[in-house]
Write a protein that binds this ligand. Structure first.
Ligand SMILES: *[C@@H]1O[C@H](CO)[C@@H](O)[C@H](O)[C@H]1NC(C)=O
Ligand SMILES: *[C@@H]1O[C@H](CO)[C@@H](O)[C@H](O)[C@H]1NC(C)=O
Length: 232
């Protein structure tokens, strides 16, 4: 008697075998109208933590005329979408799925809030997201940042300057999206060594910002970079 009961239980829970079932399941789920538009909050009033790591890959310009910094970077965003977890419902050896179109998913709307003219690379090759059996999602995007910075006067900078890049959700306050970062939140491993500029230091702080629109404050992550002229 126990075995049929177990089978009925497992099938009513949707337990299934196989890779094709898994992909069909993900496809059907992300194809529903609401999927990409709903913040994956497991509980109401519990925000989804989004972890940000910024790699600075190149400083293009420290501009004294416009008092701004222009730099390229790679922003890595990690969060959990419980709806995407397939363990333990599907039994397969697959541990990670790369999905080619991020816009089928809910993704955080992280922007450079102090940088007008900052832009993500929108090429289709860079729009894929990666997620694992527990529903942890990673989305990595190339980003050109253009932020105001007190560069001083003169054609070339004579001493190091510190510029701050502030990232926040555009529309979600801290009640639905919270931002976190690694202690070493700025990654300089891939900094382009031939660049005219040196990045001699970096740091990260978290704060919150209130706006007239909204009752709750927004989380803001401020990445600071210390830039010097290589030829000085
Ligand atoms: C998913 O993310 C959570 C929270 O960061 C972490 O504790 C967990 O180990 C991650 N799961 C996997 C399989 O990496
Ligand atoms: C920094 O980036 C490199 C390559 O992109 C990566 O291997 C390394 O793990 C990153 N370090 C941190 C602390 O994220």
């Amino acid at each position: 008697m126990a075995i049929p009961l177990l089978l009925i239980l497992l099938s009513s829970l949707g337990y299934c075998e196989g890779v094709s079932y898994l992909y069909d399941h993900v496809y059907n789920m992300v194809s529903t109208v609401d999927f990409a538009h709903t913040v994956p909050q497991a509980r109401i009033n519990t925000p989804v933590p989004v972890k940000l790591t910024l790699a600075i890959t190149r400083v293009l310009k420290v501009d004294s005329e416009n008092q701004e910094l222009v730099a390229d970077g790679v922003l890595s965003m990690r969060w959990s979408d419980f709806r995407l977890a397939w363990e333990p419902w599907v039994s397969t050896d697959v541990t990670t799925i790369v999905w080619p179109k991020a816009d089928s998913f809910w993704t955080p709307d992280i922007v450079v809030v102090n940088g007008q003219g900052s832009q993500y690379d929108a090429s289709p090759e860079t729009s894929s997201v990666r997620f694992d059996r527990t529903g942890n999602v990673t989305w990595t995007r190339r980003l050109r940042m253009r932020v105001p910075c007190d560069v001083g006067t003169g054609n070339l900078i004579n001493s190091d300057v510190t510029c701050v890049i502030r990232l926040a959700s555009w529309a979600h306050d801290g009640t639905s999206v919270s931002l976190i970062t690694a202690e070493r939140g700025v990654n300089l491993t891939d900094y382009w060594a031939d660049s005219r500029y040196d990045v001699t230091g970096a740091g990260v702080t978290k704060s919150s910002q209130e706006y007239d629109c909204c009752a709750a404050p927004f989380d803001v992550i401020s990445f600071s970079v210390v830039v010097g002229n290589r030829a000085k």
